[in-house]
Write a protein that binds this ligand. Sequence first.
Ligand code: AMP
Length: 380
Amino acid sequence: MPFSALGLSTDILKSVTAQGYAKPYPIQALAIPAILEGKDIFGIAETGSGKTASFVLPILQILQKSKGSKNRSVKVLVLVPTRELAMQVADVFKTFSLALPNKPKTLAVYGGVSINPQMMQLQNTDILVATPGRLLDLISSKAVQLSSVEILVMDEADKMLNLGFREEMNQLFALLPPQRQSLLFSATLKDEIVNIKEGLLKNPITIEIQKETQNIELITQVAYRVSDERKGVMLRYLIKNRKMKQVLIFVSSTHRADHVVVKLLKNGIHAAAMHSKKSQGARTDALRNFKEGRLRVLVATDLASRGIDIQFLPYVINYEMPRSPTDYIHRIGRTGRAESAGEAISLISPEDEHQFKIIQKKMRKQVNTIETDTLDLMGY
Ligand code: AMP
């Protein structure tokens, strides 16, 4: 089914073509017509499924018919768990608005940066993409109010719960007008999500997509058996020897991330770390530089494993194994996206063996494992 069969206007279709989207992903084919009809949606889908465009496109079309927002009353509220996702979703709204005659104003607000500029920019905002905590602060400062919200989107609702935003979410729900359209997206279907769905959505259409697991087929996975002491040099060997231009490396702690970066820099490999102990400015810069190809290596904790969309990332390296198989799948899902192939490499020390077995069992996939004892790593 082509995009033109989904009920989208010519203006929106132009932006879709400009983005190089040839045909809709399954979630888009199902969600776009339903959202245009005003239906509530319960989408069980992960990052990589194309869920962002599945709500951005119809929302932009719906807004084309309405007048600009008055003062501090937003029309569309998108709640997201992290600052990075807030910026990313706002960017998708902005990109698809470029060619529209009636351009809505989109703003992302999130914590970790000064609140004053956000307060000033809120004037006449139509689409507000927000993390829950900062949004409540802005509401209590009377910088924004939710009584005119026509469409609510909850993106990665399960992640929001995991991050402990339940209380904030409840407070925000209480401020929304009862007459509205609600779209709820979650990667998992746990009890708490079902509770939210029941409290928030009216006769929703449920759409379940398991894109990330299908995507795994696109990803070449390989593991190297290597002692903990040799992981650093093995990493440099891989980056240099394989001439990797862009690689995302996962580690298990903020301390380790910084340590790996220092070692890489000492060896002439341009790298930066992204984790929760970095300032928001440093995180944003690192991610932007990486996305725009100015940074060769980004070393991240699991903070970056979800929700961050980097197009055509060729390599992901697990320097250390994640705690859960789900995290592993999310990590390697950063590559092999939007139908381009990628490679996920894991460095497995004897301590990681057991965890790696569990991960392979969960994926129902045996990963090709290579011994490195005899590999000469001198000079790397
Ligand atoms: P998302 O799941 O929303 O994070 O989207 C994952 C990636 O797929 C993003 O890089 C999108 O730009 C890309 N994408 C979304 N829809 C399509 C489409 N219909 N055709 C090609 N790429 C798409």
